[in-house]
Design a protein around this ligand. Structure first.
Ligand code: BDR
Ligand code: CA
Length: 313
């Protein structure tokens, strides 16, 4: 049976690549795209999600969600990574389709109630929509099958600060709520995504296999590659957001470890996802904290082949 998912997203170039990967996956049913601010403001994220659905010919609900962090001022966004409109050098035409009128959080709650025990929430942006959904429906952890996120840095450096990864740093208090809820959460952070660079030939192959979807990824990824290649000899980019989706379909490609997690909300440790594997600390601050699963290793060659084969379908 296909995995029913809600993809919570802030498109974004690697979001686009991940969304198309989900659409192309025969064993994934995307119930809807719920958008959130992050790489771009939420209004742009929502329009971009509609654009991606139109390109892929997918008629599914797209919702607009939270536009601000749980605590603190409006975000500064990541146009320097994803371009002025979130798609590199490309300025998309205004989509013709319309948003579902519900908020992202309400849509998550509605789907969880409609398909109890069946829905996996796949979050590839900041976690405000999931935190709000938990407030709207405190029974949400019992209603969903699980939560899988791209975000965090457990045993490696961050990418916004030395400690924090962008999605968690962007809404640390929301992340604290989501990591603290009583559900089965698996985290795909920089531990695996930054360890897996993709070369220009990868996006060229995606285009060869799928002119429309792969071609869009290749075109938008040029700007993204400029950013990622600025301080290194080789030309690369990182498709962070597709990792939790690949795991859903092929868990055997990944190694996971389990540990107690805390999210930093202070000035210096904002957005840090510190993970203490079980039995490694005497502190109750950690031992009483929730446990999550964290991806620590991935088979790069097989992952890349999975993306290529799926785009080719
Ligand atoms: C994450 O931040 C965003 O720039 C990407 O879309 C990804 O979700 C990587 O840190
Ligand atoms: Ca993202």
């Amino acid at each position: 049976m296909a995995h029913k998912i809600i993809l919570d997203t802030d498109p974004g170039i690697d979001d686009a690549m991940a969304i198309f990967f989900a659409f192309q996956s025969p064993d994934i049913e995307v119930l809807g795209l719920t958008t959130v601010y992050g790489n771009v403001p939420v209004t742009m994220a929502a329009q971009n999600a509609l654009t991606l659905c139109e390109i892929a010919g997918k008629d599914i609900p797209v919702t607009k969600g939270v536009g601000m962090p749980w605590v603190g001022p409006e975000s500064t966004y990541a146009h320097f990574v994803h371009g002025d409109y979130g798609f590199g050098h490309i300025k998309p035409e205004a989509p013709k389709t319309e948003l579902d009128p519900r908020s992202s959080a309400q849509f998550i709650v509605d789907m969880a109630r409609k398909y109890p025990g069946e829905v996996t929430l796949v979050a590839i942006g900041p976690l405000g929509n999931l935190a709000l959904a938990l407030r709207l429906e405190p029974e949400l952890p019992k209603l969903v099958k699980g939560v899988t996120i791209m975000g965090g840095a457990a045993f490696v450096r961050g990418n916004v600060t030395p400690l924090a990864e962008a999605n968690i740093w962007n809404d640390a208090y929301a992340a604290e709520i989501v990591f603290g809820a009583d559900w089965d959460l698996t985290m795909f952070g920089l531990d695996v995504t930054n360890d897996t660079p993709f070369s220009p030939s990868f996006v060229e192959t995606l285009e060869e296999k799928n002119a429309k979807l792969g071609g869009f990824v290749k075109d938008t990824a040029q700007f993204y590659m400029d950013f990622y290649s600025a301080n290194r000899e080789d030309r690369v980019c990182f498709f962070h957001d597709a990792f939790p989706l690949a795991h859903l379909r092929h868990p055997e490609l990944f190694e996971l470890t389990e540990g107690h997690v805390r999210v930093g909300t202070g000035e210096l440790d904002r957005g840090q996802t510190a993970v203490a594997p079980k039995g490694t600390t005497p502190s109750p601050l950690w031992n009483n904290a929730n446990t999550i699963k964290v991806a620590t290793k991935v088979d790069h060659a097989k992952l890349e082949q999975l993306f290529i084969d799926t785009y080719a379908l």
